[in-house]
Design a protein around this ligand. Sequence first.
Ligand SMILES: [Mn+2]
Length: 328
Amino acid sequence: MTQFARVLDFDSGVAMIVTDLHGEGHAYDQIKSTFLELRREGKADRLILCGDLIHGYRESYNDDSLRMMLDVMRMQKDFGSDTVTMLMGNHEMPHVYNITLEKGHHEFTARFEESLSQSGKRDEVLAFLKHLPIYARTKAGVLISHAGATPAVTNAENAERIFTFDHEALLMLAEDKLQSSYDLENLKQHRQYIRQVKNYLAIDSVDDPRFHHLLRGQIISQTSEDFSFLWDVLFATNEKGWNIGGYNVIAEAFLKAISDHSSYQQKVVVAGHIAVKGGHQLVGDWHLRLATYAHASPHNDGEYLLLDCAKPIEKVADLVACLRPTFG
Ligand SMILES: [Mn+2]
């Protein structure tokens, strides 16, 4: 039974678990047809996409992010949210807040905002993104997430804080602050700001109701403690931020905290988010890193996980037998 909006509980069915497709339409189509086939054969009951569905890493190719996102939304509508689930990744979150996201010289959000504007489906997509859960727990004791364990969530209080995370409240707070203490008319004269909203939010007119949203996003990302907590959850660096021994301690405390108010102790965590050689990596004692395509090296060695949500597992190594090649 799910009590909180940002955490789901699955106690039955076989889940096909997929990570980080990053706008790679060819990989998405392969995953989708595999899922539909497994479902027809009674070998899988649900599809769980662990976030970072969007944002291609390559500059010059056809980024299928929006097509994939709309297709997931359609599938969820057709099959139900118990059958098609998507978790929030650190690449979906920036669009909720209108912040930018860069890696090296590559800025990710502008291209997706542009395609949102062209599609005329911004409102539907944004509503979908705002409702995304962050974790899925299973009776198997396998916690499914985007980025894995974080020191930001290691007690019951912080677990509840992330389970009940309210983007809308944060946005409204910043909106109020902006409306009462900024001269928004003056912002319309600001040439550099106009250039930025055109680029990052695909806005052409200073009278667009979203015109001030880039500034609002900057205010939130620079001043909100809640936002910084959400950032720590979605951008967790796992063992790279500590070392493997330290991460084991954090992951154990994290799994204990996440298991709070749950009937089933979560024993291991599955996450994507970070690149691996091949399609997976065991990270310390409690974490399976899974790369279905974009973070697999080479990409074609990507894997997904076929997990019986009802069958308890004992240790993280037990999951290796549940891995399947994306292109098999
Ligand atoms: Mn990613």
